[in-house]
Design a protein around this ligand. Structure first.
Ligand code: AHG
Ligand code: MN
Ligand code: MN
Ligand code: MN
Length: 363
């Protein structure tokens, strides 16, 4: 069924998930979480598309607040975070969420005042044991310029706990423990790209599939079955303004591929959108290499491990690519802080392996 459903472009995401659950009943709760994610991403697609209608929505520009990363929060950063929290709260399958726009992981079964949100008269039973980590609006500094932005998400199951925690007495450190898991623990990951089309791309561990929002029927339909990244590309995607602060193996690698001195002997072209979701979406399809490497100013790079680099690493590896810090596999790094950053270089297998050689040979 999986192959059959996968091959029928045009099948809706809802139908695809139903078929997946028929074959893998243990995915039933993930299906419910995906229903919430779909609703949130459709709402965000609409908000992003209309945010520049400033007279109508007033959603453009800064929200005047700073997040724990010290970043200026766009109004839409905060709104997108709320949209996702609400959508994910009401399916009752999640226990904890962590977000770029939340200081600490949140017990999603409680409201902002810490009171249980589910009372016994609400149909949905609050037995959530999944953990969602997300970047509600990736590339948000670009939003007022009409440049593509996206949402990134990852889903974990709760780790075994040494002692039994009662849901209602869950403490901050239980939520922290739920969230601080390496990419290898992810059971699902993906992104939604808000661009010329709204495309929802994800993996459940059985390959990567892309669904495009058909606005006429309000459904995500299968358009990119079983995405496989070309093993080699000819595009590099890095913010070259940081070039002189990169470590020397990377500077040498980029100089070589720019001059046609790399393995392929062809000169690479540069494409950098500045929205990770958009740069990864292109890399998944066209191949090549994307990165936000370490540099002298940012020894851990800029991208956050938990809700940017690790979910994207899961996707990229499922599509046949690689995702490294430079030398080490990103998916294996256990986070120690929710918002910790990690150097991230990902893309076509042969391109990333070639890049890695420069590090190994420089030792
Ligand atoms: P976010 O908007 O979620 O804070 O993430 C922005 C990230 C990522 O989307 C992108 O790859 C990177 O910032 C671009 O950083 P520079 O503008 O410094 O190149
Ligand atoms: Mn941000
Ligand atoms: Mn981001
Ligand atoms: Mn963001």
């Amino acid at each position: 069924i999986h192959e059959d459903v996968c091959s029928q472009t045009g099948v809706t995401l809802s139908r695809y998930m139903m078929e997946m659950v028929r074959v893998n009943p243990e995915l039933e709760e993930i299906e419910s979480i995906f229903t919430s994610l779909q609703v949130a991403c459709k709402a965000l697609s609409n908000l992003v598309r209309t945010s520049s209608l400033s007279g109508l929505t007033g959603l453009e520009g800064d929200g005047g607040s700073i997040n724990i990363q010290g970043e200026e929060q766009k109004k839409l950063d905060v709104i997108a975070n709320d949209v996702l929290k609400k959508a994910l709260r009401w399916n009752g399958k999640l226990a904890t969420i962590a977000s770029e726009e939340e200081d600490e992981p949140v017990d999603i079964l409680k409201d902002n005042m810490g009171n249980p949100v589910f009372s016994n008269d609400i149909l949905v039973e609050a037995n959530g044991h999944y953990v969602a980590v997300f970047d509600p609006l990736d590339g948000s500094s670009n939003i007022d310029a009409g440049i593509p932005v996206g949402t990134i998400f990852g889903i974990f199951d709760q780790p075994e706990c040494p002692i039994e925690f009662d849901n209602m007495k869950r403490s901050e450190d239980r939520c922290l423990q739920d969230a601080l898991q390496p990419g290898t623990n992810l059971v699902a990951a993906g992104y939604c790209l808000y661009s010329s089309a709204t495309t929802f791309v994800f993996t459940l561990g059985g390959g990567v599939h892309g669904f495009t929002l058909d606005e006429r029927i309000g459904e995500f339909v299968l358009t990119h079955p079983n995405i496989k990244m070309p093993p080699r590309g000819k595009i590099y995607s890095l913010n070259e303004a940081n070039r002189w602060d990169w470590d020397s193996p990377l500077q040498k690698y980029v100089t070589d591929i720019q001059q046609g001195l790399g393995d392929t002997k062809t000169r690479y072209s540069s494409r950098y959108i500045g929205s990770m979701v958009a740069d990864v979406h292109r890399t998944l399809q066209y191949g090549g290499i994307f990165g936000y490497p370490a540099d002298k100013k940012n020894p851990d790079g800029k991208l956050r491990l938990l809700y940017e680099a690790a979910p994207m690493a899961f996707l990229v590896e499922q599509a046949g690519g690689l995702a490294l810090t430079g030398k080490h596999r990103i998916a294996e790094i256990p986070p120690v802080r929710v918002h910790q950053r990690v150097p991230c270089i990902l893309g076509s297998r042969d391109d990333v392996l070639e890049m890695r050689r420069y590090y190994v040979e420089s030792q």
